[in-house]
Design a protein around this ligand. Structure first.
Ligand code: EPU
Length: 426
């Protein structure tokens, strides 16, 4: 269904409290990991996002039956794998679904998963996923746009990732969790989403050591039991609202946050002049009546400054006086927000993965999100401007921010999404 654009009327401070959703990027691999157990899994803290519905559709095709048992709680049950093939029509909707390769391989001994392809901001390679599975003894071949993986016995051995990859680490962990082999992953990701996946798998009886370090040891187990688990809070959503508070010179209280997952972001916001008070799982972000300073930002793997907050940070910096340099070597082409921010008067010049930003007040304009975090950059920018910014491409925002318009209204933002106009003969 074609979604109508978001109409955002900005230029005044926001305020109040907002509950941060649980993590999209932790929830997706945990949902996939439920494929490893024959028993019922209950998950809490599952945000109702289109990416979650997409993975559930793929899992249904593979044999998983699910039921929502609460607003953000889900049961998943895969007594048998009904298909070992994840087709292009489903995988191409969401690149993250490629990690079903490792999960189906572990459970069924073979898997065929369509190559995920690129996304709006460039190629998203999976070479490390494939190299890891091969190094651990799986046979992986490419045919007709699909990867086919098969194992003869349990996976075992050591793989050293050539770079830090969250999805590559997820895929290798899922592939190695069942069986009787021992797998060591070196230079593995220490991302919070990897740690959450390991804690979930271990809660079902997996034997994985080293969570949060670059070396993971996985001792395969015969089977995983059922269980219940709550996904971590979404650090990217929290960061997005921190930047919104700063850009609109507001005071916002965020609840359901893990400040320990946001160290690089908190440090950067403090350098900018934003006051941040941590109080357990609450964080009070106060940018009222403050002279905020331009800062330079370079993205890195966790625990560095996240690429998933680069477009939002760029939008914020585009509104601050002074010159900022923002570099995103993690995803060098993640720049779809720039042309749209130009439409709002932003002064950003791009060279390679570097943006040089001369801050100045922005003005309202019609704009279009081409991906999720670019969409977030645009609603932040829009809420700094007087007048109405109309943001098209709402389907991307729905991939990552639950009930966005309603929650923004809850902190005083003037946001509306008109109902679609029905044609006379509808
Ligand atoms: N890379 C390779 N080869 C691989 C895998 C990755 O070269 O086989 C490179 C990538 O090109 C990139 C870097 O390694 O430069 C890191 O990529 P990573 O594999 O860690 O990313 P991912 O697992 O595909 C997840 C998030 C992304 C987030 C990245 C980086 C999910 C569903 N996606 O992707 O989130 O940008 O980690 O932190 O977890 C988003 O939520 O907006 C989003 C895109």
């Amino acid at each position: 269904m074609q979604l109508t654009p978001l109409h955002v009327q900005g230029g005044r401070p926001l305020g109040g409290e907002i509950a941060i959703q649980h993590s999209k990027n932790a929830a997706l691999p945990i949902i996939v990991a439920s494929l490893l157990s024959r028993e019922v899994i209950t998950l809490h803290g599952i945000p109702r996002l289109s990416d979650v519905y997409t993975i559930l559709e793929l899992m249904h095709h593979l044999g998983t039956r699910h039921a929502w048992v609460g607003p953000n709680s889900l049961t998943l049950h895969t007594p048998e794998i009904l298909s070992t093939h994840a087709p292009y029509a489903l995988v191409s909707k969401m690149r993250a679904s490629f990690i079903v390769l490792g999960a189906i391989l572990a459970r069924a001994g073979e898997a065929r998963v369509s190559m995920p392809g690129g996304c709006a901001w460039g190629p998203r390679p999976v070479d490390q996923h494939v190299k890891a599975l091969r190094a651990l003894g799986a046979e992986v071949t490419e045919q007709g746009g699909d990867f086919h993986a098969a194992r003869h016995g349990s996976l075992a051995g050591t793989f050293v990732f050539e770079l830090l990859t969250v999805g590559g680490t997820h895929n290798a962990l899922l592939a190695a969790a069942l069986g009787d082999g021992v797998v060591t992953l070196e230079n593995a990701s220490i991302d919070t989403d990897v740690v959450d996946l390991i804690e979930f798998l271990n809660s079902l009886g997996a034997q994985i050591e080293g969570a949060g370090t670059n070396t993971l040891t996985i001792r395969g187990v015969e089977a995983l039991r059922g269980g219940e688990y709550t996904v971590i809070p979404d650090r990217i959503e929290a960061g997005t609202f921190m930047m919104l508070a700063a850009a609109t010179r507001s005071k916002l209280t965020l609840t359901n946050v893990r400040p320990d997952h946001l160290r690089a972001v908190i440090a950067k916001m403090a350098e900018m002049g934003v006051s941040i008070l941590e109080d357990g799982s609450r964080m009070i972000v106060d940018a009222r009546d403050r002279e905020l300073r331009a800062v330079n930002v370079t993205t890195q793997s966790y625990p560095g400054f996240p690429t998933d907050l680069q477009p939002q940070m760029s939008a914020l910096l585009a509104t601050l006086p002074g010159t900022s340099v923002v570099q995103d070597p993690v995803y060098p082409d993640r720049l779809t927000h720039v042309a749209e921010l130009h439409r709002m008067g932003a002064n950003i010049t791009v060279s390679g993965y570097t943006q040089v930003i001369q801050g100045a007040p922005l003005h309202a304009a019609p704009v279009k999100a081409a991906d999720l975090r670019a969409g977030a950059a645009l609603f932040i920018a829009g809420l700094t401007c007087e007048g109405e910014t109309i943001i098209d491409g709402v389907q991307y925002l729905n991939r990552g921010y639950e009930r966005l318009a309603e929650r923004l209204r809850g902190i005083g933002a003037e946001v509306r999404q008109p109902e679609p106009m029905l044609a006379a003969d509808d």
